[in-house]
Design a protein around this ligand. Structure first.
Ligand SMILES: Cc1cc2nc3c(=O)[nH]c(=O)nc-3n(C[C@H](O)[C@H](O)[C@H](O)COP(=O)(O)OP(=O)(O)OC[C@H]3O[C@@H](n4cnc5c(N)ncnc54)[C@H](O)[C@@H]3O)c2cc1C
Length: 368
């Protein structure tokens, strides 16, 4: 790579090898292509640039190289934030030494404005946002995004910047903005809009409250996309609760009509089932949850499904509460023996923990 920006960081980290696979999986789910190399991995961004992570003699070594200063800043931030989140209990301090590109807006940040609000039974509010230059979010291999909520009625929003150490500098006026992860339910980049389906849950945190109070013209930032969508397969198993349903609904629309399989959707008992557009041969099976304290019926449904003997051509996609994720993830790996490339299972939320609590605890709060 010629005329590229370069930076590196090195730190003592005696048990770094214990975290290596989790670092790699996490970087891969953030829109990066990952290859293993001696003692670590190399990640390349589809936008340009690469980041390497290796462990040598109890030291963690990181390098970032990119031609474009925005790619450089983005990869440095991705590595810094994911490593410090996953290994939060190690209290790591990463100090980068290398070329300087100054503090920058995240290159993937786009500004969205609320266009319309549509209540969607059983318990969703769909917000259609309008924005410009949204083509990168229309990627069906990456379904998710991070929303940054500006206070209602804000006219001149300020946005966080990425600093020279891979950290975030929050706006001086507003401070830290509330932010949560959501699924891009519908998008037309050509017409400049994105739909997000907010599940209006009873413990409403900042994202749900923001959606409930939103009005046309309110402003929100979007970052991403990230975390996988469906892969080509000859049999699909999809599973989700209210938070996973927007992803399942979008996947059913993305897949070819010939797709076969099953989709398990868990909702509160007695709620009205939403109408899903489904031209595929994937059967939708609705499951009723007794109440929020009981075990998720998804676990038994997934475990008792008549799994094909040959799983190489199968793809599993799931999004639900942490305990359900943990049990299903273990089942898929240990009992079905699914290979990593044949499934994704996401912890979308955790009972009794807000996303801010999870960020404070770090990777231990969502580990399998
Ligand atoms: C990749 C990904 C994609 C997601 N896509 C969507 C989506 O499209 N639509 C959607 O609605 N959500 C989605 N979620 C889940 C959403 O980010 C969380 O539910 C988030 O916690 C909501 O933020 P909040 O500010 O309302 O609550 P928080 O402040 O995060 O939490 C406050 C309290 O509410 C509880 N809580 C959080 N979520 C729920 C819930 N769903 N049901 C019951 N209690 C809850 C928490 O345990 C906590 O006690 C997604 C999550 C991920 C990781």
């Amino acid at each position: 790579m010629t005329n590229s920006y370069f930076t590196q960081a090195e730190l003592d980290f005696p048990n770094a090898n214990d975290y290596l696979i989790r670092f790699m999986d996490s970087v891969e789910s953030h829109d990066m292509h990952v290859n293993t190399i001696d003692n670590g991995f190399r990640s390349t961004s589809r936008h340009g640039g690469e980041g390497c992570l290796t462990v040598e003699r109890s030291r963690l070594k990181l390098t970032v190289r990119a031609v474009d200063p925005d790619d450089f800043s983005r990869i440095r931030h991705t590595l810094t934030s994911l490593i410090t989140f996953i290994a939060r209990r190690e209290q790591l301090s990463i100090s980068w030494n290398g070329d300087s590109v100054g503090c920058r807006l995240p290159a993937d940040l786009r500004v969205l404005t609320v266009k319309s609000l549509t209540p969607m039974p059983p318990a969703y509010l769909r917000i259609r946002f309008q924005g410009e230059d949204l083509h990168s979010f229309a990627d069906t291999t990456q379904l998710h995004c991070r929303l940054l909520f500006q206070e209602h009625g804000t006219i001149n929003p300020e946005w966080p910047m990425l600093d020279e150490q891979g950290g975030i500098v929050w706006p001086r006026r507003q401070g830290r903005l509330a932010s949560r992860i959501y699924t891009i339910r519908n998008i037309s980049a050509d017409e400049g809009w994105i739909d997000i389906d907010f599940h209006i849950h009873k413990q409403a945190g900042p994202a749900t409250k923001w959606a409930q109070k939103a009005a046309a013209g309110d402003i929100c930032g979007i970052l991403g996309p990230a975390a996988f969508g469906p892969k080509p397969a000859n049999y699909y198993i999809l599973a989700g609760d209210e938070t996973g349903l927007p992803g399942i609904a979008r996947i059913l629309e993305i897949l070819p009509d010939s797709a076969t399989g099953v989709a398990f959707v868990e909702l509160d008992r007695d709620v009205q089932k939403p109408l899903l557009k489904n031209n595929t041969h994937i059967a939708i099976i609705w499951l009723s949850r007794k109440d929020m304290r009981s075990d998720s019926p998804l676990v038994n449904a997934v475990k008792n499904h008549a799994w094909p003997v040959e799983t190489d051509g199968l793809f599993y996609w799931g999004g639900y509460e942490y305990d359900t994720h943990k049990t299903i993830n273990r089942f898929l790996r240990q009992e079905i023996g699914l290979k990593k490339e044949n499934f994704v299972s996401f912890s979308y939320w955790r009972r009794h923990m807000s996303e801010d609590d999870i960020v404070e605890i770090g990777g231990d709060a969502i580990s399998d």
